[in-house]
Design a protein around this ligand. Structure first.
Ligand SMILES: *[C@@H]1O[C@H](CO)[C@@H](O)[C@H](O)[C@H]1NC(C)=O
Ligand SMILES: *[C@@H]1O[C@H](CO)[C@@H](O)[C@H](O)[C@H]1NC(C)=O
Ligand SMILES: *[C@@H]1O[C@H](CO)[C@@H](O)[C@H](O)[C@H]1NC(C)=O
Ligand SMILES: *[C@@H]1O[C@H](CO)[C@@H](O)[C@H](O)[C@H]1NC(C)=O
Ligand SMILES: *[C@@H]1O[C@H](CO)[C@@H](O)[C@H](O)[C@H]1NC(C)=O
Length: 361
């Protein structure tokens, strides 16, 4: 618009010029042309300047991308550099972060396992986040919650913030995980989330733990408070005094149900990068914790927990109707649960002291 106006004026003046005072007219034309030229140039400059400033801004937004060196191509999908909305990762902005989820069932040692993980300065395992029903009401709320956790924007006592190298949660199979397994497997694959399966080999012991825990929930023998996990041998002793009676009609169907659930979950999530752990193995063999740290690619540390095991010693002393239970399970697929599969007596002293010693003495 400015250009056409300018040229039009210049042309009309040029055409008329020979008839009037030529010198004055030429001067006028020259000055006019100069002004026009300056005007056009200034517009051009402003546009060019604007464009380059915009380019500079966009460069600042993208920033220098973080890079990982010494990494195998197959590992790339599992390495992330989250940019939390709620804080800055500061000096650890370019420390790679791995995403994980502990997939487990209630009373399988996952609480204890999680405290072990959280004793590592670079691991944040944020607890049973999906125990809150609203967060698992549909796939969108699940994804929204996971996104927030993995972007390091979820705050719990476990959050290590800036220098977290592995972030995750504890997720029970009955907390929407099986129900929405297809979408969750897809999420795990696209986001590069690794799964840590944590189960208990002896499902009979697990059942006793559940019964005792639900008794405790109702009776609250610890001065009116319910505790699923305890921190002193005295507390453990009080809780272990209760001996449940197991309904033997229900026993085999119940064990089978849990066994099937566990098998199915491993089937569903087998295409996800994963590690399978058993509570009993971690108690017996501390190198399992090195395997986990290796799996999460965090520096090796000694992991420790203040939690004390509630039930100890022989199974037969933990239930009222041991003879009935024995009769029911003899000759079935579940017979091995009757074995004292981890008598703790033969463990090295330092492990006893560290893991369960305080309640064995
Ligand atoms: C998912 O659940 C949330 C909260 O319960 C609700 O607000 C939202 O509309 C639901 N979304 C879909 C797609 O069903
Ligand atoms: C672990 O945390 C420490 C201290 O917060 C930090 O200096 C270190 O870089 C972190 N390590 C990894 C692998 O992120
Ligand atoms: C209950 O509280 C009393 C006094 O506070 C304490 O002495 C006792 O050991 C507690 N009992 C249990 C089971 O923790
Ligand atoms: C055991 O469970 C069965 C089936 O649910 C029930 O009929 C029976 O009364 C229960 N037995 C006891 C002792 O609670
Ligand atoms: C302990 O675990 C490691 C690695 O998982 C394994 O190689 C080793 O054989 C185990 N040791 C025992 C005594 O089971």
């Amino acid at each position: 618009m400015a250009d056409t106006l300018c040229f039009f004026a210049k042309d009309s003046l040029l055409i008329k010029s020979p008839k009037k005072n030529p010198l004055v007219l030429r001067m006028v034309v020259l000055i006019f042309a100069t002004i026009c030229g300056i005007y056009i140039c200034s517009i051009c400059l402003r546009q060019v300047g604007g464009r380059s400033a915009g380019r500079l801004l966009s460069v600042q937004v993208i920033e220098k991308p973080c890079e990982v060196t010494n990494i195998e191509p197959s590992e790339k999908p599992y390495v992330h550099f989250p940019k939390p909305k709620t804080f800055s990762r500061n000096e650890c902005a370019c420390n790679p972060v791995r995403y994980f989820a502990i997939l487990s069932t209630q009373r399988s040692g996952s609480g204890w396992f999680e405290t072990l993980l959280n004793s590592h300065m670079n691991i944040s395992s944020n607890g049973e986040i999906f125990s809150v029903k609203a967060r698992r009401s549909n796939v969108s709320t699940i994804v929204e919650t996971l996104d927030k956790i993995y972007n390091l924007d979820w705050f719990t006592s476990a959050s290590k913030n800036e220098c977290t190298a592995a972030v995750g949660l504890k997720w029970m199979l009955n907390q929407g995980l099986m129900q929405h397994h297809e979408e969750i497997v897809e999420y795990f694959k696209t986001k590069g989330v690794s799964a840590i399966f944590l189960f208990r080999k002896n499902l009979l012991r697990r059942m006793i733990s559940i019964l005792a825990n639900s008794y405790d929930q109702n009776a609250k023998p610890l001065n009116g408070t319910h505790k699923s996990h305890v921190h002193s041998s005295h507390e453990a002793e009080v809780l272990a005094r209760y001996k449940p009676t197991i309904n033997t009609t229900q026993l085999i169907p119940n064990l089978k149900q849990v066994d099937d659930l566990v098998t199915k979950s491993m089937e569903y999530f087998k295409s996800t990068r994963h590690i399978i752990l058993y509570y009993e193995d971690i108690i017996k063999n501390r190198t399992k914790l090195e395997d986990v740290q290796d799996f999460l690619r965090v520096p090796q540390r000694d992991l420790n927990s203040r939690q004390v095991k509630i039930h100890k010693g022989s199974l037969s002393s933990q239930v009222e109707n041991w003879e009935d239970i024995k009769k029911t399970l003899k000759g079935t697929h579940f017979e091995s649960y009757l074995d004292e599969d981890y008598t703790l007596g033969h463990l090295p002293v330092e492990i006893l002291a560290e893991v369960v010693g305080r309640c064995i003495v």
